[in-house]
Unconditional design. Structure first.
Lengths: 373, 585
């Protein structure tokens, strides 16, 4: 009857959609790490689910057709606790339990591997904040310098304890781009400066939350050279969707070359102390990326949570509540240190204040100016 | 065991004025309708919010929805649907209406407190909607309200919206507790003569156990809310660690820095409530389906005893699975093994229930009425949703699927689609008793097929988006190279379908209203069901439910198609011809 056919049609449509999805690419991204067993477990679960779904759906369709109301036909009456019932229930329970164990086993095996990084893994740290990423490597001594949230400041963005000798050679990567060597397991520790985040590279499969006040752990072994997107997988505020980074998997020599080019904590400290070291205008872009400005302000005109910086320098800005202001250097600096005093029309007063140094403000303003008309 | 003969003299409220008949009424049936109407109103708001979200996802930047607004919509949509629609309608609506009637009681054990509970519920809704008028608007932290972001700039409503949300939820919990105590007491104490626990209809078992779950789980949410409120209002650091945001350490309302708090503590408390909560919604849905299938297939529910034991097992195990929501949250890794195991264990009694519903259809006499359509739709969609749970409960597979659209697809199917189908089937089924009119079958069928089709069209693809790694709570996924181009077309398709399905829900509301005035008049038992609520002398039943003597129960609720009987059903209050006194099974 028609109803049965429609239900059956939907069941078939689900199966058909699976093949359509494969064709359209609604499927796992290319695997670029060692976590093939995760994918396999998921695929096994999918296969088992598909069989159960098809069998029970078809059986339901059969029942509603075969046992439909018609003249001369009536239902069975099964008294409570009949022998046949209990036996059937028993077998169904056993069958389901076996199925559950069959699915759980590979999953627990994967998990056991997941929480046990190999002994020969190199170490790396990911530090998350609203709304960008930064990274630290333990340096030649192989030991991370001690950190404490108390030490976070504009000059010490990794919260390192300067009195700990192990901090000096820690390699600090202040941009959102990190490199990993191919075919080498990486044992990652993760921290957050402010709120919950989650470090996730879809092609690597592994992910873990980053919790402020805690250190969490993750490991993977990249198996494919290339450039991968890092996304945040735990809601962390309005620019959560834009908290993106880049992970580049290199050959071991290329990775080492990149690592050697990065500055250590000791070098940063020396630079800050010496008077000739200072913020240059090239640093404006670096600061914008490091501090996460570009999560909300695009540099190419694309609309975002905050106004794009492209072409705004010197322009007339219409403000919420009426009135307008020319976006000169002073206005731009005020927009950074006291962002909610003058909000551009069409935007919400959501930006937290950034008390940057005069040099940093100059650098950013210079960078915004350079983004032209 | 006291029988309710002694309650014959129970004073039934003697309402006379409009206020005492319709506003401050102590009759459980009126309270049930009030709960249902307020819940459905919040549901309409929830559907509108979901359409706004889908507009942004399908057509980014076209409709001027800002990121802040988008996250406020997701938060309010989630909280409204889970708590204010589903929990309130199933427990406050169905629970209030059915418990006294199906048990042969005149009303709840505490009618005055019952009345208070619906007014507290209404107050909680008013406070919730009040989020829209405070500075900064509603909180946009996600319905899970995780600290520290929920209290920090960068999240909408971090200052006032969150206070309104916590207050609203706290008032709801007060309402729930009042109702909960009523239900538990009434089920244990007010059953009529002959109505043993094992002769209660399954829907009553389900609502009873769901209430027990709630009474034990909601306190965790209340406590978490109070602690969060204290962090916000008095500057404590229950959940707030040392936060370095935008260049400075965050200070509380008194200007001192937060430090030492644990965001993970909130997550444990929240999910200790949050997981049992989904069973608070699912169990009444299960119960409704059991009643619909047995009645409309004219067949006793297969394995009644096992169904009860499965419910008890689900109730108990539901309290030891919560940390499957924290597999990638940063909790002690060893806990992953334990919670994955318990979560997959709870799949077993749940599967047994699905088998038993299907085996009830087997060799039945299936009348494909509108309620039966909803019941079959429930089985098929719950099957999909439940199977999806196997992926997420298994820690090894959850790592790659966590926070993706696989999760969103899963919970929408098990919490949104299946329970809503059960709800609509239940309303269609019991409407003749509540109003004395039949609902319109044509509108019912259009609504069912539209909703059922929509479920498949929207949520099956959504699971695949999750496999592809598309993340949830993303205002905009453009610019991500790992996501295939075709996903944006899929998002458009899902949005258009959602708009159509959202509109189709109004067919159901129109049916409710139209049928009240123009529906075919119903007699006392149009579906020829066995349970006590259909055996009342008046339809709709008046105050006190049974004008003279309370019914006496002689049999279980599933004597359908008994061989040798005159008709294909024997109501519970019909004695066995050979016996005078009720038997105790």
């Amino acid at each position: 009857m028609l109803v049965t056919l429609i239900f059956l049609l939907f069941t078939i449509a689900v199966v058909a959609f699976h093949f359509y999805a494969l064709e359209q690419g609604f499927w796992f991204p290319v695997l670029a790490s060692n976590w093939a067993l995760m994918d396999l477990t998921t695929k096994i679960t999918l296969a088992v689910s598909a069989v159960v779904f098809i069998v029970i759906s078809v059986f339901v369709c059969y029942c509603i057709f075969r046992f439909r109301r018609r003249e001369g036909h009536s239902a069975d009456h099964e008294p409570e606790n009949s022998k046949e019932n209990s036996k059937l229930e028993g077998w169904l329970t056993i069958f389901t339990t076996v199925g559950v164990i069959a699915l759980l086993s590979p999953g627990l095996m994967v998990y056991r591997d997941f929480i046990n990084p190999p002994a020969d893994a190199i170490k790396a740290e990911v530090l998350g904040e609203q709304w960008t990423w930064s990274y630290r490597f333990p340096g030649n001594d192989g030991i991370y310098g001690r950190t404490n949230p108390k030490f976070f400041s504009l000059d010490n963005s990794f919260g390192l304890d300067p009195s700990d000798p192990a901090s000096q050679d820690d390699v600090l990567v202040n941009t959102n781009t990190v490199h990993f060597p191919i075919n080498q397991p990486v044992d990652i520790q993760l921290r957050s400066k402010d709120v919950l985040h989650d470090f996730y590279i879809p092609q690597f499969r592994a992910k873990i939350d980053m919790v402020p006040g805690q250190v969490t752990k993750l490991w993977f072994e990249p198996t494919l050279e290339g450039e991968y997107e890092i996304v945040c997988a735990e809601y962390c505020g309005i620019a959560h969707y834009n908290m993106r980074g880049v992970a580049i998997v290199n050959s071991v020599p290329d990775f080492q070359f990149w690592l050697d080019q990065q500055q250590t904590f000791g070098e940063f400290q020396q630079q800050a102390a010496s008077s000739s070291g200072g913020v240059t205008d090239k640093d404006g872009e670096l600061i914008a990326r490091t501090k996460g400005c570009i999560a909300c302000h695009s540099i190419d005109g694309k609309p975002g949570i905050g106004p794009s910086w492209k072409g705004i320098a010197g322009e007339d800005r219409v403000l919420v509540g009426g009135g307008s202001m020319i976006a000169n250097d002073l206005y731009l600096k005020r927009s950074i240190t006291n962002p909610n005093d003058e909000v551009v029309l069409g935007y919400a007063p959501m930006m937290p204040p950034y008390p940057l140094s005069e040099e940093e403000l100059d650098a950013i303003v210079e960078y915004i100016n350079s983004l032209g008309e | 065991m006291e029988y309710t003969d002694t309650y014959e003299g129970q004073r039934v409220s003697d309402a006379k004025s409009w206020i005492t008949k319709y506003v401050f009424c102590q009759d459980h049936k009126v309270i049930a309708i009030q709960y249902s109407c307020v819940a459905m109103f919040t549901g309409i708001v929830g559907v509108i919010l979901s359409i706004l979200m889908r507009l942004q996802l399908g057509y980014p930047d076209v409709f001027g929805i800002t990121a802040a607004e988008y996250y406020q919509h997701t938060t309010m949509h989630g909280m409204i649907m889970v708590i204010y629609l589903l929990t309130a309608l199933f427990l406050g609506g169905f629970g209030n209406y059915l418990i006294p009637l199906m048990l042969g009681a005149r009303d709840m054990a505490f009618p005055f407190v019952n009345m208070l509970s619906v007014h507290f519920f209404t107050l909680s809704v008013i406070i919730l909607m009040g989020s829209y008028i405070v500075p900064g608007g509603p909180t946009g932290a996600g319905w899970t309200l995780y600290p520290p972001q929920v209290l920090l700039p960068g999240t909408p409503g971090y200052d006032w919206g969150i206070i309104m949300m916590i207050l609203s939820v706290a008032v709801f919990i007060i309402a729930f507790t009042m109702g909960g105590l009523n239900y538990v007491t009434t089920v244990l104490q007010s059953r009529t003569r002959g109505m043993t626990l094992m002769r209660m209809p399954l829907v009553i078992w389900c609502i009873f156990l769901a209430t027990v779950i709630g009474l034990l789980a909601f306190p965790a949410l209340l406590v978490a809310g109070v602690m969060l409120l204290l962090d916000r209002v008095v500057g404590s650091s229950f959940f707030m660690p040392d936060v370095f945001q935008a260049g400075q350490h965050v200070t509380n309302v008194f200007g001192t820095e937060y430090e030492g708090g644990s965001p993970l503590l909130f997550q444990h408390l929240f999910w200790f409530f949050g997981h049992p909560e989904v069973y608070i919604v699912a169990l009444p849905a299960f119960g409704v389906i059991s009643e619909l299938i047995s009645c409309h297939a004219r067949k006793n529910i297969f394995g009644y005893r096992m169904m009860v034991w499965a419910l008890v097992a689900i109730t108990a195990v539901s309290f030891i699975v919560w940390a499957h929501h924290l597999f990638v949250a940063g909790m002690n890794p060893v806990l992953g093994f334990f919670f994955a195991t318990t979560t997959l264990i709870i799949a077993i009694p749940t599967a047994i229930k699905v088998y038993n519903w299907v085996l009830t259809l087997w060799k039945g006499d299936i009348h494909m009425t509108v309620p039966m359509l909803y019941a079959v739709g429930f089985i098929l969609t719950f099957l999909i949703g439940g199977l999806g749970g196997l992926f997420l409960g298994n820690v090894g597979t959850d790592i790659e699927l966590s926070d993706t659209y696989f999760v969103v697809g899963h919970f929408h199917v098990v919490m949104g689609i299946s329970p809503v189908l059960a709800m609509c089937g239940g309303i269609h089924h019991w409407y003749p008793k509540v109003t004395g009119k039949m609902m319109n079958d044509t509108l019912g069928k259009w609504h069912f097929w539209g909703t059922f089709a929509g479920a498949y069209l929207i949520y099956i693809p959504m699971h695949y988006l999750g496999l592809a790694g598309v993340l949830r709570r993303f205002y905009d996924i453009r610019g991500l190279n790992y996501i295939p181009e075709s996903v944006s077309d899929l998002n458009v398709f899902m949005t258009l379908t959602a708009i159509v399905v959202g509109a189709i829900q109004f067919l159901f509301l129109i049916n409710i209203i139209w049928s009240y005035f123009k529906g075919k008049k119903a007699d006392s038992n149009p579906w020829r069901a066995t349970t006590l609520e259909w055996q009342t002398q008046e339809t709709p039943p008046g105050h006190g439910n049974w004008p003279d003597k309370l019914p006496v129960v002689y049999r279980w609720p599933y004597d359908y198609s008994v061989p040798g009987a005159e008709s294909d059903f024997i109501p519970q209050n019909v004695p066995d011809q050979s016996l005078e006194e009720p038997t105790h099974d």
